[in-house]
Design a protein. Sequence first.
Length: 419
Amino acid sequence: MSYDQIEVPEDGEKITVDEETGALSVPENPIIPIIHGDGIGTDVGPAAQKVLDAAAEATGRSVSWMRVYAGSSARDKYDENLPADTVNAIRDHRVAIKGPLTTPVGAGFRSLNVALRKKLDLYANVRPTYHLDGVPSPVKNPAAMDMVTFRENTEDVYAGIEWEAGTDEVQKVKEFVEEEMGHDDVIHDGPVGIGIKPITEFGTKRLVREAIEYAIENDRDSVTLVHKGNIMKFTEGAFRDWGYELAAEEFGDVTITEDELWEEYDGEKPEDKIVVKDRIADNMLQQLLTRTADYDVIATMNLNGDYMSDAAGAQIGGLGIAPGANFGEGLCLAEPVHGSAPKYAGEDKVNPTAMILSGRLMFEYMGWKDAGKLIRDAVEKTISEGDVTYDLERQIEGGNKLATSEYADKVVENIHELA
């Protein structure tokens, strides 16, 4: 496919997918679209590219990068925030990576991150949370955290179904809720904004399926469904019930419930089983701190997943090192968890680790697990030796403060040493 204003590298090949099995076919020199992003994306994007190139080369491969545009760079080039070129290029090439994109609070355009996920039907936002040796943490035992959150990407209050106070639309919805549905004692008088929270069986089950399949492939012990179903019984409570249904229907030979664990196995988990359990969201936020090691894979809805993965990230050193990726059917768009921090844009000072480790997650999705391991080991070696950016240097006694680009160079040097 051709694009209006995107140059397709001539020295790379497209990643393809088998339509019957859904399996990716990844060449040794894939074309991978990249969005550097807004704000600090101009710093962390090139830094991550440099590290990913080194890891690919060290394992006998290469990446042909294809610059695509969203946010401020797209406005400059296309006079719009999210051009069709970008969406089509990511869909066509199957695997991509992006830096942070700015979303104004309370005004302006809707989240470009959410828009990309919706347009590409990237239904699972996957956020691994693990501690790297040498990273300062506010908890006593950060190494106990080794968890992967699967956050449903397309539904919940993030679906964008809402109406602004003072509009004819919100008044119409208010009247329907009060007069037709009988909830006439719930909404206070005066201006009101109203949103709708859809949770579907389809969206729930494909998310939980992805989480259980990940747990099987990566030898994880448990999958925990996190919800607030004690209050929101027909949305979050339904998520819990549909999650258990999916586990029983499709993975009954490899999964057991927590009740079955105790009733049939006296609490001793068989090696060939995965425990599917559930937790109320507010209690789960406590247990992230008090029983950290009990949790392996989390499956939850959009808003819960946003809160929970950020809280988990704080335990292992903060969002500057927290990676993420969005998965769809034969699609992966990797992205760091952090925002665009525009006040630091262009200063060559921020920590690129989150975007580098997001690239690691992307490589693993492609089947390049050796390159992914090399990236993690090199990043950990760099940090443990005290070679860090300013955010970590101020917390480490005797740390060596590096610029963003210098830090990337150091990680590349360690990749060459470890390879």
